[in-house]
Design a protein around this ligand. Structure first.
Ligand code: AMP
Length: 612
């Protein structure tokens, strides 16, 4: 098996000059910080009050912890009470804020509503909402009540909603009148566990079978002290985005907040005076971990755009809100890049001092483009629903190797496990995975369990959970390689890897090369089975406006890719297409592309982005 080393050397390393740091980065010396770090220290930095006090004296054990206390009430009790916690930007660009004090009050009311309805510890509360204040109040109010919160993306249709609510035993659903009528009424009969539907915009006249949330909140008695939760109690349920099959419900516990705090500190470099914007929807794990919990835990003001992505609007928000730290995704950055540098430069983005990206591979040219457009490079980082928080990152004070996801967080131990030709981990005589030590050799990214935001199970699927661990390592399903400095490079999802004539090819590498051709706006690459080669690298390409899908252009793009990648890796087949199937969170669904190409069943398509 040959491993590819293209794209590691072509891009210049981005050095950091300490004189450019506008604020002193939280992580200055990587090796020292890693050596000194312990999760217990992070926990101690967090809990602003002794655990017994935090829970009104109900729990006196040293393991009490509640996400809502750490994120909200702790600040509401101190000098941050009057500070904006969440700032919502409406369709007209006007801002509407909730201070920490107000958020503490609202979330307590919500918790009280749940308690009055007989919803208690461990009960699952789902939301089907856009990015409205009630969603944020529901997330934190639910965990305050020791119940478990599970956000659903508002664009889901009735079937994926029914599937997830059934899997998750949802007892309460918080939604809008319109979404209820359109998406819940058709499936309500299939959800016997669902006891209460709380409507956020009922305006005094809830539909039959639903309750008026505002009225319940107004009438709710004082909640009193936050429910006594242990740090190992379940707090959040997140369904994975389903790029590889049926959704799984990943269980997260209150202690996850320790990881949100530490990763906010090191990977996002949050400082108390920051204005932070995470563009992910809380329907996805990123939008909850980093769009709600991490910044609030740091007492930082968080921007929430209630509208959908639009290039000009986003630049305006960055400019008008004086955003200092921005956490977004490659798809969005590529859209901005398509709009050109001049568009970015026509806005005053001078407040911006740190930009990070997550969710899918970040093309090196986007990292570099960030420097041109914003004056700072984009910092890629890596994690997944199961890890609950950022695991590998590029840091504010450290050099960036464009195309690399960076290095493991302090407290996170990563390794690369060798795989056999069937994609299974290779084990030694003692049943322990064989770890890759060669520079740039491809293997599966593995993490040593022990970080606080690690998932504690797939709900009702214990066996599937256990299969994720081998010989004391959690196997992520992603293929990566590492250079001698310890920087990790993403190769692909294990299931997306193409094996062609003995080569192991990561689709992302090929897509990156294709995107460098002037005509290519989007590219997705899969392997199509072939008797001789095993698989043939096949590309699907969306052209920029103004380019015509001719045979000559097809050959030109293939030739371009061959020069970049070599004939063994470049696509042999290339088809033009109008769109590339993606999840709503922007990940290319290669599994679906392949199923379509081979005429096979499409499997779970609930997360596919499609017009409403
Ligand atoms: P999800 O569980 O839906 O959040 O998806 C997680 C998956 O997204 C990971 O396992 C990776 O395959 C992919 N992913 C996340 N971040 C990155 C990144 N920085 N580079 C490449 N792939 C990423």
């Amino acid at each position: 098996m040959t491993s590819m080393t293209q794209s590691f050397t072509r891009w210049p390393v981005i050095e950091k000059d300490p004189r450019d740091f506008r604020v002193r980065p939280n992580l200055l010396d990587y090796a020292d910080t890693c050596a000194a770090f312990t999760w217990d220290d992070a926990r101690r930095a967090l809990t602003g009050a002794p655990p017994a006090e935090a829970t009104g004296g109900v729990v006196s054990s040293g393991t009490a912890m509640n996400i809502a206390y750490e994120a909200v009430d702790r600040h509401a009790e101190g000098p941050n009470a009057g500070k904006d916690a969440l700032r919502f930007i409406g369709a007209d660009g006007a801002a509407h804020s909730l201070t920490f004090a107000r958020l503490a009050e609202e979330t307590s009311r919500f918790a009280s509503v749940l308690r009055e309805l007989g919803i208690g510890s461990g009960d699952r509360v789902f939301s089907l909402l856009g990015r409205v204040p009630e969603l944020y109040v529901a997330v934190l109010g639910t965990v305050k009540n020791a119940s478990v919160f599970c956000p659903l993306f508002a664009a889901f249709g009735p079937d994926p909603i029914a599937q997830r609510m059934t899997l998750g035993d949802g007892k309460v659903l918080v939604t809008t009148r319109a979404l209820y009528r359109r998406k819940i009424v058709p499936i309500r009969g299939e959800l016997p566990e669902l006891r209460h539907v709380l409507i956020v915009d009922a305006e005094g006249s809830p539909e039959e079978g639903t309750l008026d949330l505002a009225a319940l909140m107004a009438a709710a008695p004082d909640y009193g002290p936050i429910a006594a939760t242990d740090r190992e109690d379940m707090a959040l349920l997140h369904f994975t985005s389903g790029t590889t099959g049926t959704p799984k419900g990943a269980i997260h516990v209150h202690d996850a907040v320790t990881a949100h705090y530490a990763t906010g500190l090191f990977a996002l470099d949050l400082h108390p005076d920051d204005v932070f914007w995470c563009t992910a929807d809380p329907g996805w794990v990123t939008g909850t971990s980093y769009g709600v919990i991490a910044p609030l835990v740091h007492g930082v003001t968080t921007i929430v755009d209630t509208e959908e992505m639009e290039v000009e609007r986003w630049y305006r928000i960055l400019e008008e809100q004086r955003v200092t730290v921005w956490y977004t995704a490659p798809t969005a950055l590529r859209m901005l890049m398509r709009g050109g540098v001049s568009r970015a430069r026509s806005h005053d983005l001078g407040a911006l001092r740190f930009v990070a990206s997550v969710g899918e591979p970040l093309n090196p040219e986007v990292v570099i483009w960030g420097q041109e457009a914003f004056g700072i490079p984009v910092h890629d980082n890596w994690w997944q629903t199961e890890t609950g928080g950022i695991m590998i990152a590029n840091y504010a004070a450290m050099q960036i190797k464009p195309g690399s996801m960076g290095q493991p967080l302090p407290g996170v131990f990563a390794a690369i496990v060798a795989r056999d030709s069937e994609g299974r981990p290779i084990l030694d005589d003692e049943g322990l995975p064989v770890l890759v030590t060669e520079e740039f050799e491809v293997g599966e990214l593995a993490l040593r369990p022990g970080w606080p935001s690690m998932f504690r199970g797939y709900l009702h699927e214990q066996e599937r959970y256990e299969r994720s661990f081998v010989g004391g390592w959690y196997l992520t399903g992603d293929l990566v390689r590492r250079d001698r400095d310890g920087y990790y490079f993403f190769v692909g999802r294990g299931d997306d890897i193409i094996k062609s004539s003995g080569h192991l090819i990561g689709p992302f590498e090929v897509e990156t090369a294709l995107l460098e051709h002037a005509a290519v706006a989007e590219a997705a690459v899969i392997g199509i089975p072939d008797e001789v080669a095993g698989e043939i690298v096949t590309a699907y390409v969306v052209l920029h406006p103004g380019w015509e899908a001719t045979d000559a252009l097809r050959l030109d793009i293939i030739g371009f890719a061959r020069r970049r990648l070599g004939p063994a890796v470049a696509p042999r087949e290339l088809e033009f297409t109008d769109e590339v199937p993606k999840t709503r969170s922007g990940k290319i669904l290669r599994r679906l592309l392949k199923a379509r190409a081979l005429g096979l069943p499409e499997g779970d398509t609930s997360t596919v982005e499609r017009p409403q």
